[in-house]
Ligand binder design. Structure first.
Ligand code: CU
Length: 124
């Protein structure tokens, strides 16, 4: 009888220990997972799209663009956008048509360039 009690006690203690370790591992893994995904979200850019529109305003650090619908990114609207290279703000003029690359969840225009006006003969 006594022997059995001791065995049960030891087995109980062992199981408790194993459960604790497993729990700790699970918690550690969950935290690592969370940190991992957050890090990746910050690092990787979303899907890219091409945004085309007309410049309606130039601010110190952004461009107000009247743009058409960008499928999967944004409806047609006029709104200010940050730019990746502020140098473009010195060369672009109100009324210019621009083309830029945008990424999901990021309201910054990348690689902005002015689209030359269509020659008269090609206009409808
Ligand atoms: Cu917009």
């Amino acid at each position: 009888m006594r022997n059995g009690d001791v065995r049960l006690l030891i087995r109980g203690a062992l199981e408790m220990g194993v459960r604790r370790i497993l729990h700790l591992l699970a918690v550690t893994f969950a935290i690592a997972c969370l940190l991992g995904t957050t890090g990746m979200a910050q690092q990787a850019k979303g899907k890219s799209h091409t945004l085309e529109g007309k410049v309606e305003g130039i601010q110190t650090d952004r461009l107000t663009v009247n743009h058409g619908k960008v499928e999967g990114y944004m409806d047609a609207m006029t709104m200010p956008y940050k730019v990746d290279k502020p140098d473009i703000l010195k060369t672009v003029k109100v009324g210019d048509r621009i083309s830029a690359t945008v990424y999901d969840g990021d309201y910054t225009l990348y690689d902005v360039h002015v689209v030359p006006p269509q020659p008269k003969s090609k206009q409808k």
